[in-house]
Design a protein around this ligand. Structure first.
Ligand SMILES: [Zn+2]
Ligand SMILES: [Zn+2]
Length: 200
């Protein structure tokens, strides 16, 4: 079964499904900030434009739970990220919009044998990206330039893969959900980082 593993090998999530339900390019400030914060503490150097993968939230086995910790960038926050406290790999991210059906992870910032061949459905939050999009981005995917425009968000949520991923699961997880894992980790550490500020 497919795994998401941290860089030092202490933490490992074994997943029920080996293919992502969807994928994106995300240019938002918070993804960049979280990856950079982690990199300063030993995590992998962030790629310019992260490509998160969204996996079914069904975890059949957890290893190294005592080395995992849940973080939020500030309060109030919607995204909760789980890191390895030894190597600062990000293992996954939960957000209320995922409705407990999926969770997100960054394959460039951990070790995984998940099938990563899925084509990204969109590029979001381009308004927050410093400069032009990297040249390897496919030119036939929708690019959302203005997340404050409700029309952009509405169009994004109508993309079939995204609509299907962001709804309550039709079949409950056989194993633990990612949200269940976060709950089991106890208190969430709040980093109090200013929006868009890169940590030193
Ligand atoms: Zn680790
Ligand atoms: Zn993001």
């Amino acid at each position: 079964m497919p795994v998401i593993e941290c860089g030092c090998g202490h933490c490992k999530l074994t997943l029920a499904e080996d293919r992502p339900r969807m994928s994106l390019y995300c240019a938002c400030k918070d993804c960049r900030q979280a990856l950079k914060w982690a990199a300063k503490r030993g995590g992998k150097t962030p790629v310019d434009l992260p490509q998160p993968m969204y996996m079914r939230s069904d975890i059949s086995a957890v290893e190294g739970q005592d080395s995992m910790r849940a973080f939020q960038l500030r309060a109030p926050a919607r995204s909760t990220r789980v890191f390895c406290t030894k190597c600062y790999s990000i293992l996954g991210v939960d957000h209320p919009a995922y409705a407990g059906n999926v969770f997100m992870f960054f394959p460039d910032h951990c070790e995984t044998d998940v099938d990563l061949s899925i084509k990204p459905s969109a590029l979001i939050h381009m308004e927050s990206y410093p400069g032009a999009a990297p040249p390897d981005i496919p030119d036939d995917i929708p690019v959302y330039q203005n997340w404050d425009d409700p029309k952009d968000r509405e169009a994004y949520l109508k993309i079939p893969d995204i609509a299907a991923a962001f709804r309550a699961p039709e079949i409950p997880a056989l194993g633990q959900t990612f949200k269940g894992l976060i709950d089991a980790l106890g208190e969430i550490e709040v980093l109090n980082l200013e929006i868009g500020a890169y940590p030193d």
